[in-house]
Design a protein around this ligand. Structure first.
Ligand code: TYD
Length: 138
């Protein structure tokens, strides 16, 4: 059972600065169908608070920092710090995620394997736990 985990991307650097290149099905473990980004949050905000039945994600804080807490398919909880533009988190399907502790300059880039479909979001935590039990055959 795959769990959320950090990804490290290669940096191409020279006297002009740095460049990170990421491609679907290469550094990103799926075909990228959707990109969105979150900015203008701060440390009083918690975003996310949902799980997705179909979408996989990679989250990259291209500027500033934030934290991501995940509740995984196996019931375990993880906390990640995103504070480098060359690191990201891969998040599989059916993982509950909260994003928080945003620095004021945070720009959180989110890549997704699916187009937006509000119907595949589970926004109620109790409902998520129930579906998770179903997924795990309990
Ligand atoms: P929301 O799911 O609440 O954001 P977060 O995951 O950060 O908690 O989305 C905020 C709004 O943006 C909501 O009205 C739905 C809309 N939205 C889209 O239209 N397309 C998208 O791909 C996403 C992620 C959100």
């Amino acid at each position: 059972m795959e769990k959320s985990h950090m990804l490290q991307f290669s940096c191409h650097g020279d006297q002009r600065g740095w460049l990170v290149a990421i491609e679907g099905n290469q550094e990103i473990p799926f075909d990228i169908k959707r990109i969105f980004y979150i900015f203008g949050s701060d440390d009083s905000v918690v975003r996310g608070r949902h799980a997705n039945r179909n979408s996989e994600f990679v989250l990259i804080n291209v500027c500033g920092s934030c934290k991501v807490r995940t509740e995984e398919l196996d019931g375990s909880v993880q906390e990640f710090v995103l504070d480098k533009p060359h690191t990201g988190i891969y998040i599989p399907r059916m993982v509950w995620k909260d994003m928080y502790a945003f620095s004021k300059d945070s720009i959180l880039l989110c890549l997704s394997s699916e187009h937006y479909d509000n119907g595949e979001y589970i926004r109620d935590h109790e409902a998520f736990l129930k579906e998770l039990k179903g997924c795990n055959g309990n």
